[in-house]
Design a protein around this ligand. Structure first.
Ligand SMILES: Nc1ncnc2c1ncn2[C@@H]1O[C@H](COP(=O)(O)OP(=O)(O)OP(=O)(O)O)[C@@H](O)[C@H]1O
Length: 249
């Protein structure tokens, strides 16, 4: 039982037409905790993140952020979170700096938070040096992802929802992004919900993980607990064993 909860999800179900993307999942995230949803394509990770980001409603069940219901109190929830979608882009005609300033201004208008402070933090988090003053159109995928991550974190949300933050990036860029997320969460006490199908990444990054398979959570625990339970060397092996158990009973 986690005392200080940032997120509490209870029996969430979601269907797209006849496809049940979520078949009743429950989990909670503690304050300052980095929680990973891992699973293969189609497991329901993005759907879960979108519900928590207030973008789509669940069909059944409920989710609360700091005690606020994501459907009934979506406005309040939006002030507590930031969301990095899997396929996000930044305005290509702006420089990275202009993009961060624009987003800081929007967020400041909505919440009253200090624009200058957010921008300063954003510049530091992006870590793009003088390239920050070049147009986004000239950025590599890794640079764009760093900029978008900086945008998501500079507002210092209570919960950062990051959908596949390192997908499609090379080893060095992926490593830097993971490191940044972890350091930021530790320094600021920000809770993080991250989805990934890269089990090794999740093992490095997350305090606890939930393994998803076909719309269900088949295991939850710290990477160490899960490895010990399944006598596995890494989470990849845990996943194979846990999902086999569900598939074959
Ligand atoms: N807008 C949609 N319309 C119809 N079906 C959808 C939609 N979005 C997702 N699905 C289906 O719901 C299921 C769960 O998808 P979801 O994107 O949540 O999985 P995921 O674990 O995030 O996968 P990925 O790693 O590929 O992003 C899949 O079967 C998917 O095809």
């Amino acid at each position: 039982m986690i005392k200080d909860l940032a997120v509490n999800v209870l029996n969430l179900e979601k269907a797209y037409g006849r496809v049940w993307a979520l078949k009743g999942i429950s989990f909670s995230i503690g304050k300052g905790e980095i929680f990973g949803l891992i699973g293969p394509n189609g497991a329901g990770k993005s759907t879960t993140l979108k519900i928590l980001a207030t973008l789509i409603p669940p069909d059944r069940g409920r989710a609360e952020m700091m005690g606020h219901d994501v459907v009934r109190e979506s406005e309040k929830v939006r002030r507590l979170i930031s969301y990095l979608p899997e396929e996000a882009g930044a305005y290509k005609n702006l420089t990275g700096y202009e993009y961060l300033r624009f987003m800081a201004r929007l967020y400041s208008n909505a919440t009253g938070k200090d624009e200058g402070e957010m921008l300063e933090l954003g510049v530091e988090l992006a870590g793009l040096g003088t390239r920050l003053y070049d147009k986004v159109a000239t950025y590599s995928k890794g640079m764009t992802r760093k900029l978008l991550l900086a945008r998501a974190l500079m507002v210092v949300p209570r919960l950062a929802i990051l959908d596949e933050p390192t997908s499609g990036l090379d080893i060095v860029n992926a490593y830097e992004i993971r490191k940044r997320i972890k350091e930021f969460s530790r320094e600021q006490g920000v809770s993080v919900l991250v989805s990934s199908h890269n089990m090794l990444e999740v093992e490095f990054l997350c305090d606890r993980v939930a393994i998803m398979h076909k719309g269900l959570i088949v295991e939850t625990g710290t990477p160490e607990e899960l490895k010990a339970k399944y006598g596995a060397e890494n989470l990849e092996e845990v996943f194979v064993k846990a999902s086999r158990r569900v598939t074959y009973g």
